[in-house]
Design a protein around this ligand. Structure first.
Ligand code: NAP
Length: 370
């Protein structure tokens, strides 16, 4: 069985690749940054996360790279090369994406929607009818802030918190439609926000919540210094006092996804919420912000009309802060029905999250390193 993976150099893709290497002798990496660079990044990830030396040595033999740009027609390949690639494949994992919540919709669509369209075209023309495993997000649920979201739901009536959600929603619509028109099976995996306790490193992909640490490191001390005299300044952040968010350890998410891929298919679209069994309360997010930004956070209903200079300068990550108002849950009955309880045993709290945002002077450690 021959498997290809897009986004293999990403935060999730690297973990998916590591899991897939435990099941397949060789894989094709559809590399955005060029084959040599992708191989170097993958090798570095394996080294930093404690992969056996034998695995690291084998990577050049086991990984074939094909240079692609999902934002271009046929991924930037010639018609012949595109067909040749398609004909070799039995499975395509599509993990590449633009995850910048606040990017312009046109940029997000180019990779998340048009890139997905191109992956589906590749699958459509392959003689071996490769199965597509599409990495979506639980956040296709959009701006619906409470209630329960089910795995078979896909609905845009509540709108979206940001362009990223919208582009991922549009990609799922495309995937479902493709499956219907072509009569082909597709597996859609929807993770919650992916996190790790593996400390940041210049050679590793960026942690999705790194913005919290950066805000505390860069411009913020100047602002807080100017307005505080010893005490921590108060930062009023719009949210819900009972808000909660699903944060899923990325290593566990990858393991669950690869397990799900091995499950019997319905022959149509199988959608799974790959989420942590416990949500993280808004208090954890508050404590994390206080730790890294040296402020005192007060959750308020709406953005203050009289913002302090600090508050005026603090839109930590446009597109993310709306999630402090969320109280919805992602139902993962389909996953648990197939796999049984899928607990990672990891408690995602302030210490776990802090570890993933704090550079260590010594070697990388954490449950994410193995
Ligand atoms: N991170 C999360 O919290 C989260 C949560 C839910 C769902 N997801 C989904 O999980 C998937 C992976 O996310 P991630 O966290 O791994 O993102 P990431 O760390 O930003 O990685 C994105 C990957 O996509 C590749 N890529 C970007 N533009 C490309 C293009 N034009 N052509 C080909 N490849 C391209 C990147 O390659 P280069 O690095 O070489 O550019 C990289 O390998 C995405 O579909 C995302 O929507 C992520």
């Amino acid at each position: 069985m021959h498997v290809a993976l897009t986004g293999a150099t990403g935060f999730l893709g690297l973990r998916l690749l590591r899991e897939l290497l435990t099941r397949h002798d060789s894989l094709t990496v559809l590399a955005h940054s060029g084959g040599a660079c992708a191989l170097r990044r993958i090798t570095r990830f394996m080294e930093l996360t404690g992969a056996p030396a034998s695995l690291v040595e084998e990577l050049p033999r086991r990984l074939r790279t094909v240079d692609v740009d999902l934002g271009r027609p046929r991924m930037g390949l010639s018609a012949d090369a595109f067909q040749e690639l398609a004909d070799e494949l039995d499975v395509i994992w599509h993990s590449a994406g633009n995850i910048k919540l606040d990017d312009a919709l046109v940029n997000l669509r180019q990779v998340n929607v048009e890139g997905t369209r191109t992956v589906l075209e590749l699958a459509a023309v392959g003689v071996r009818k490769p199965v597509v495993h599409h990495i979506s997000t639980a956040f296709v649920g959009g701006a619906r802030r409470d209630g329960v979201l089910y795995e078979d739901e896909l609905d845009d009536t509540h709108g979206f918190e940001n362009g990223y959600e919208q582009s991922k929603y549009e990609a799922e619509v495309l995937v479902r439609e493709w499956s219907r028109v072509h009569g082909r099976p597709v597996v859609i995996m929807r993770p919650g926000v992916l996190v790790t306790d593996l400390p940041p490193h210049p050679d590793l992909p960026r942690h999705p919540m790194q913005f919290i640490r950066e805000a505390g490191q860069s411009w913020l001390p100047e602002v807080t210094g100017a307005m505080s005299h010893g005490n921590r300044p108060v930062l009023r952040m719009p949210g819900h006092p009972h808000g909660h968010l699903n944060l899923m350890p990325v290593e566990h998410a990858a393991a669950v996804m690869v397990q799900l891929a091995g499950m019997p298919s319905s022959g149509r679209v199988d959608t799974y919420h790959v989420v942590h069994e416990h949500d993280v309360s808004v208090d954890v997010m508050t404590a994390l912000t206080e730790r890294f930004m040296r402020v005192q956070v007060k959750i308020v209903d709406e953005a203050p009309e009289d913002p302090t200079p600090l508050e005026a300068a603090t839109d930590l990550y446009p597109g993310f802060m709306a999630y402090l108002k969320h109280r919805r849950r992602f139902d993962d009955t389909r996953v648990r029905t197939l796999l049984g309880p899928v607990s990672s045993g990891i408690r995602v709290g302030v210490e776990y999250l802090s570890s993933g945002l704090t550079t260590k002077a010594t070697a990388v450690s954490g449950t994410g390193a193995r």
